[in-house]
Design a protein around this ligand. Sequence first.
Ligand code: 5GP
Length: 179
Amino acid sequence: MSNKIQVKDKTFAVSIPQEKILSEVKRVAAEINRDYAGQEPVFLAVLNGSFVFAADLLREITIPCEISFVRLASYQGVSTTGEIREIMGLSVDVTNRPVIIVEDIVDTGLTMAHMLDTLKKHNPSKVDICTLLLKPGKLQVDLDIRYCCMQIPNDFIVGYGLDYDGYGRNTKDIYTLCD
Ligand code: 5GP
């Protein structure tokens, strides 16, 4: 079987097979089970990209917890601060509760930095970031990422929830864009 897929006009090759992804998800879930024992965290999964990761991660969490799904709405502000992102769909009251943000990939880190700022206005007792993937070579801000399944090079990837132009989310493996 070919290890390549076509998504719209681009070709991608398998870079992280399903077995590797799932073993790293289990490793991180075990860390969370240990660190958050007795704390009843709220997982906040950032849609759309994290839906597959969140589903696998949550099934490995054995401590009492809740999960909610949020979106980051981007729009242009009227001031010179430029782009503003607000959290849409935060349906759980996180006041005085520990929150674990579940993200698909941290690239420049700007999305997570905005998310942290906005979330803090809802007064959680603490916030940790849990990301499936991190591109350390692209990080532009100082982010404390407590849980990270895998670090990857600066290439564009799809699969396991991540898309190219809306497509390619529905694969078990992760694929990297071919040259
Ligand atoms: P950041 O704000 O950290 O630069 O960007 C984070 C977001 O960019 C991710 O949530 C994801 O939606 C998107 N992103 C960054 N790198 C990739 C990539 O390699 N593939 C895909 N599909 N999305 C990416």
